[in-house]
Design a protein around this ligand. Sequence first.
Ligand code: SF4
Length: 380
Amino acid sequence: MTIERNPTRTVKIGTVSIGGGNPIAVQSMTATHTSDVDATVAQIEALTEAGADVVRIAVDSPRDAKALEEIRQRTSVNLAVDLQENYRLAEVVAPFVDKIRYNPGHLYHHEKTKPWQEKVEFIASVASQQDCAIRVGVNCGSVDPAQKEAFDQDDSISPMLASAWEHCELLDGLGFTNYCVSLKDSDPLKVIEVNRRFAEKRPDVPLHLGVTEAGIPPDGVIKTRVAFEQLISRGIGDTIRVSLTVPNDRKGEEIDAGRGILEDIANGRVRSVVNFNTDGLNIISCPSCSRVENEAFVQLAEDVKAMTNYAKEHSVTIAVMGCRVNGPGETDDADLGLWCGPKYVNLKKGPVELGRYEYDVILDHLKTELDIVIAEKQES
Ligand code: SF4
């Protein structure tokens, strides 16, 4: 089946080019501690062997940045770096990577009085000097607060779009065009809508597709497939990542799943339907990365799925997140949220904190709250 792809411009990420009619590149991310150079290099190599075109690494501290220098010396794989709040680390890491991902919603945390435009200008100038690509990574759980305020509370799509479009405009104005955009949500239907609307206005900007916090396979693969099939069949998408909650030694499954979905789409084996059923229990969980604060996280996500099986007919969303960086924000929209610290798991009901509990008792507390949520929904 020939799919007419959107006429996106070419973006170069090391030895790989995305957009401009190039094959859709498949990405994944390491989940080892970045400062553990041996383990991180081993995981990069394993992901590359599985077929990854680009491997992303999280860098949160000068210590991680130092490790990155050594990692670069030991692998020639195309590397992307995930910057969190400290945008200035871009300068330290750019010489060792091929792409820098920043999240517009995180640009407010450091140097609060400095306008975000100046921070983007800094990242773009560093990227330009080091021949790095940029990804503007907009995420449903951490949207630019100014954009969130400008729209109706029930409209989660428009703030994401407005944020992405204004960053594109700024980068274009700076003369920096070696960038792509991602707009991720944990709901595949929202991923379809937000990317479709983005591409309508900016068909020239390459898109990195992903369903964030898709969860444990096979559910995580199914949710991702729904979004990718609908978008890629319509020519939208230049690089993909399947985010799965799997243990470190199974990270290659993200690549296998991504390649399998692409192959099926290319061969016309499209299985999902637009009115994908979102009723019933929905467990979203992050794919884990180097920021995970307790290795028990993946097991916890699996235990949550098993324990809550009795409630599978109820329309309840439970979010399970691996760390404090994204956990607190990205559990706000779930009925119940868990985010993991080193010793305790924090339990939330919507944006409200209910308490923090040790790993061996959290499931009991979750069950109590789940029963309350089910009863409340039945009454309303
Ligand atoms: S929630 Fe934390 S541990 Fe999970 S993928 Fe996001 S940053 Fe990594």
